[in-house]
Design a binder for this molecule. Structure first.
Ligand code: FES
Length: 122
């Protein structure tokens, strides 16, 4: 995205981080650090973050504050992350989330990793 591309999403003065490289659905993107994954993707022109499980309708961030769950994506292999609540980091591999996801493994089983986040990405 060039600086002349019109966008609704502009960072607050002084909130710009250095440019970093990430991947969205295997496509390399250069985005500004110091912001959420959702804000970085929106500013890069991404408008489809997931599809609903029932109809497959495209969805994108709505509230940008962790309330609506419209911004769910897979980040570095972990599904159902609220992209508006995760700070973007260099090298992140982000994928759109298509339909429903499985529940995370239960804690306390041999295959479970106690360090995994809960289903809400927290
Ligand atoms: S945009 Fe609403 S929870 Fe992320």
């Amino acid at each position: 995205m060039t600086s002349s591309t019109p966008t609704l999403f502009k960072p607050l003065p002084g909130a710009d981080g250095a440019s970093i490289d990430i991947f969205f659905n295997d496509r390399a993107l250069t985005v500004q650090g110091g912001r959420s994954v959702a804000a970085a993707l929106l500013a890069a022109g991404v408008s489809r973050f997931r599809a609903t499980p029932v109809s497959g309708a495209p969805r994108a961030p709505y509230c940008m504050m962790g309330a609506c769950f419209e911004c769910l994506v897979e980040i570095d292999g972990v599904p159902s992350r609220q992209s508006c609540m995760v700070e973007v980091k260099a090298g992140m591999r982000i994928r759109s989330q298509e339909g429903a996801r499985d529940l995370p493994p239960s804690i306390g089983t041999d295959t479970a990793d106690a360090s995994l986040e809960n289903a809400h990405g927290r």
